[in-house]
Design a protein around this ligand. Sequence first.
Ligand code: ZN
Length: 458
Amino acid sequence: MFKKIGLTVILLIIALFTIITWTFASPLQEAVVTNTDVASENSQAPKNIILFIGDGMSPSLMTPYRHYSDDTATAELEQTAFDPHLVGQQMTHSADTKETITDSAAAATALATGEKTYHSAVGVDGNGEQLHNVIEAAKTIDMSTGLVVTSEVIHATPANFFTHVRDRDRHSEIADASVDDIIKNELKVDVLLGGGLKHFNRSDRNLVSELQERGYTYVSSKQELLDSDSDLLLGLFAEEGLPMFLDRDEDIPSLKDMTKAAISRLSKDEDGFFLMVEGSQIDWGGHSNDISSMMSEMTDFEQAFEAALDFAEADGDTLVLVTADHGTGGFSMGVDGENHWNPEPIRQMKRTPQFLAQKIVNEGTVVDLLEEYVEWDFEVEEISAIQTALSNENPSSSIRAILSKAVDKRSYTGWTTDGHTGEDVNVYAFGPKSELWHGLSDNTSVAKNIFEVLEEKE
Ligand SMILES: [Zn+2]
């Protein structure tokens, strides 16, 4: 009897709760739906598009980066510049879905052309057929174009935006395309900034002077970049990749310097511009399981993104996208379930382990050098391991690994691989049409949606 009454009361309460929830929740739900509708109705195709690609910048890095870049003078944890603009995630697998982990070339083909392909492919499908990319589409409608990277400009990611090659390692062929591939009497890329001079200044061909003959200004230092006012610009600031963010001297521009230089030129075009900016070396830090390089390379990337955001906010007609091509390293924020991950020892590295290892090898000193560049103390065993490694076959890489592990030990950083990882990556978007990337999408949607936006612009 009492059980029956009890059950009835419970059922009545549930019914009442459901009615109340419906009554009060409906206007809220409608309001949310209406807002989304208004956003898509109001969103006209933007004049300009800036695409940021963090190579190897998996979601697992965004939380530690928030702690690493936190203003420790305040009690709260500040957001990163990316955080407010998170809109979704995208899948990164290759054309063959059994290839759950992509390489940079296949991922960049998806991002630049909207088509999945095989590993090492640059802008071609499984049959070697050329795939139309977003820079070619932008050039066709008279927009200006730019590529800004910290790797060599012929590296897999940027190469996908201006050429088509069966193998990412055909470096000379990729470099040649920057001069030989023509659309509507113009070269595909108006502003090309990064590293890789050795692929342009070769014994068989000098692409630097060929580009100069075509009206490009060539710059090779930060000052030359700042002083130049040419709209057609080739900037190569190192023979190979640029030095990492922590290791650069004042001759080398930051990713932010290069991004601002590109925007200031490209934005003169009344037809608008497309610019791709890559934080190329976040991935390189991941391959070496080197968290101090990954975090500081993300600072370089974030500062460039902030500069683009400043432009887009003032301009009001620019879409800014940020995503990654894949994860690298399988970073883990914590290792033992007891100790909290700690960014402080990472912040206290004044140079990267790679830089320090090379300097130790060159100068043969260990203790003094580490005291100068690292704010915490090394253990006696770590110092003697470094001294022993000095007589190894490849001392620099052994010492780099010892230094990286010393940082891991103090920060409680874990890793699962020295290769890529296959998780979905974050998408951040700001400006007109950013709603196109809401929710879970595929990495091909970057190019597919950009093609759609460019068509609407025509
Ligand atoms: Zn990559």
